[in-house]
Design a protein around this ligand. Structure first.
Ligand code: FPP
Length: 248
């Protein structure tokens, strides 16, 4: 069987892929282990997806690493996950730097312990000048949080006379979101057989192709990413137009 990688049309790569990494807990449970064991093994898949995206020449990879709702998990899981996230990011930063990968985060990092946020910022600063793949980690992120913040900032700017109602269009709103520097994803992948968006990039995925796979996140390998891209490339993106209009 030929590899999915060979079937990828390099000229029609999605420039932004977003992933809801799901199934770590179930993966660990299947093996009779604690949930954190699943998160630890999920790190390998983060590496696989990042490497594969960078090698192909994808411009942005956004990973949903910790949602606003994840703060409600048992205290021990939250602190173990925070520790794992920061340690992994610190350990991987030299490799990211070497491979020209730029790391940024979206989300409410003010909710993170101060020391964690500081360490994270140091890693971000170290890769700030890189020009290859931009790895976007959604940390303490939720779309409704992001939209609420955007509305608050727009109202404030309107009060301050910096924003005028008649000027507001879709671009204005996009520019008040945390993703203002990032194009909308063309492809969103969710692992583990769940068919939900879970408060992720709700505004940004208006025309995104959705891809769901039963593979649990710790089992997700490069070949799974290639398969998702091949599937994406087989689809016709119409943006509300007719098939005839887009194929002419
Ligand atoms: C969802 O699985 C996964 C998470 C909430 C955390 C993802 C974090 C990692 C993969 C760790 C490393 C990440 C980076 C970016 C360094 P789940 O716990 O909801 O699984 P379940 O649905 O089976 O319970």
């Amino acid at each position: 069987m030929s590899s999915y990688k060979e079937q990828i049309d390099k000229a029609r790569l999605p420039q932004h892929i977003a992933i809801i990494m799901d199934g770590n807990g179930r993966w660990a449970k299947k093996l009779g282990n604690q949930r954190i064991f699943g998160h630890q093994n999920g790190v390998t898949s983060v590496r696989e997806a990042t490497e594969a995206a960078a090698e192909l020449g994808v411009k942005f990879l956004t990973l949903y690493a910790f949602s606003t709702e994840n703060w409600n998990r048992p205290k021990e899981e939250v602190s173990a996950l925070m520790a794992l996230l920061v340690k992994t990011i610190e350990d991987e930063t030299p490799t990211l730097a070497k491979n020209n990968v730029k790391l940024i985060t979206i989300g409410d990092t003010s909710r993170m312990p101060a020391e964690t946020a500081k360490r994270l910022q140091q890693c971000i600063d170290q890769t700030a000048h890189n020009t290859g793949l931009c790895l976007v980690l959604a940390l303490s992120y939720s779309s409704r949080w992001e939209i609420t913040e955007a509305v608050k900032n727009m109202v404030q700017d309107s009060i301050d006379q910096k924003l005028h109602i008649e000027e507001i269009d879709e671009n204005t709103i996009s520019n008040y979101l945390t993703t203002k520097q990032i194009p909308d994803p063309e492809l969103l992948i969710r692992t583990s057989g769940e068919y939900r968006i879970s408060n992720f990039l709700l505004w940004q995925i208006a025309y995104t192709e959705l891809y769901f796979t039963d593979v649990l996140w710790p089992d997700f390998k490069k070949e799974d990413l290639y398969q998702a891209i091949v599937n994406y490339q087989s689809r016709e993106r119409r943006f509300g137009k007719t098939s005839e209009q887009v194929t002419q």
